[in-house]
Write a protein that binds this ligand. Structure first.
Ligand SMILES: Nc1nc(=O)c2c([nH]1)NC[C@@H]1CN(c3ccc(C(=O)N[C@@H](CCC(=O)O)C(=O)O)cc3)CN21
Ligand SMILES: CC(C)C(=O)C(=O)O
Ligand SMILES: [Mg+2]
Length: 296
């Protein structure tokens, strides 16, 4: 990291002062697309807690407080019952734990679909209560007027097309989208509508690879793939999926660790230490002479 040199008037010695960490901005993310296919991909992961945000922030460009927290944190079976209260609480925690990443908050099902006005009230609440940089909402052509309405009023928007999990009850499952030519054409039209409405980025989820590649070449918005294509302008995964927290994951997940196994092993070690009374040891106690300390 670069440093600036300032004169310390108390000591009259020049000494380095680290530059403050600058938060990335929405326009800075947008400019990444200007480099075309040679641009550096945008790195995004979900985060739901302050501590995870602290760990991910130096590594990522964007953090998504996904409504996937319904399944990941709350044990719900879909994202449909996730509330605005949940998104605001976790969104505020993630913003507190992050310094440089652009934090995006998912608008939960029911908080934005009824009208552009309803969407603005919900999104404004999210922006005020969390301090996030942008909101994300699912939908294509039908949501374009709402996206334009929010963007015109100062709320940056990320779109989400293809497999839209909040519509699981209508879609009948989480199967890949855009298999038929007609469905592919509809998703491409959705993506163009979302981009033309002013979304600065969009998630493309669970679609046939060539479709995601084509859309990325067609829209000005930054495309962020999940089960989409390496040609997308960036990639996102659900954190707990890529950490190996779950036994069953969608095909598009790569597990970069086996945290579930490591957490179970740590809990087993703790349980064994408690049961054999080797925990707590002297060094972990108050009022007990430490083996390594000098007598008083
Ligand atoms: N932990 C987690 N990861 C996610 O990626 C995720 C969530 N939660 N919650 C919100 C949505 C739901 N998503 C999902 C959920 C399930 C599949 C899945 O089971 N896919 C199967 C195919 C299913 C089918 O063909 O019907 C697969 O093997 O890819 C995919 C995406 C993506 N999002
Ligand atoms: C899977 C990502 C894109 C998402 O919307 C979420 O985590 O809720
Ligand atoms: Mg989501």
């Amino acid at each position: 990291m670069s440093t600036t040199f300032t004169l310390d008037t108390a000591t009259s010695r020049a000494h380095p002062v680290p530059e403050p960490v600058r938060r990335l901005t929405v326009p800075a993310i947008q400019r990444r697309k200007a480099g075309g296919v040679t641009a550096e991909p945008v790195v995004m992961l979900t985060a739901y807690t302050a501590r995870m945000a602290q760990l991910l922030d130096p590594v990522c460009d964007m953090l998504l407080v996904g409504d996937s927290l319904g399944q990941v944190i709350y044990g719900l079976d879909t994202t449909v019952r996730v509330t605005l209260d949940m998104m605001c609480a976790h969104g505020a925690a993630v913003v507190r734990g992050s310094y440089k990443s652009v934090v995006v908050i998912d608008m939960p099902f029911g908080s934005y679909e009824a009208s552009p006005e309803a969407a603005f009230l919900s999104a404004a609440r999210v922006m005020k209560e969390t301090g996030a940089a942008a909101v994300k909402l699912e939908g294509g052509e039908a949501m374009a007027p709402t996206i334009a309405f929010l963007v015109a009023r100062g709320i940056p928007v990320v779109g989400h097309v293809g497999l839209t999990p909040q519509a699981v009850n209508a879609l009948g499952g989480y199967g890949a989208r855009g298999k038929s030519a007609a469905e592919a054409a509809k998703i491409a039209a959705d993506a163009r509508a979302v981009s033309d409405a002013g979304a600065f980025a969009m998630v493309i989820e669970g679609v046939m690879e060539p479709l995601a590649r084509d859309i990325t070449g067609q829209v000005s918005a930054v495309t962020i793939g999940i089960g989409a294509s390496p040609a997308c302008d960036g990639q996102v995964l659900v954190l707990d999926d890529m950490l190996g927290m779950f036994e069953r994951v969608p095909r598009f997940v790569r597990r970069f660790d086996d945290l579930a196994g490591r957490i179970s092993a740590a809990a087993e070690s703790y349980a064994a230490a408690v049961r054999e009374r080797s925990f707590p040891a002297d060094a972990e106690l108050y009022g007990v002479q430490r083996a390594d300390s000098k007598p008083a």
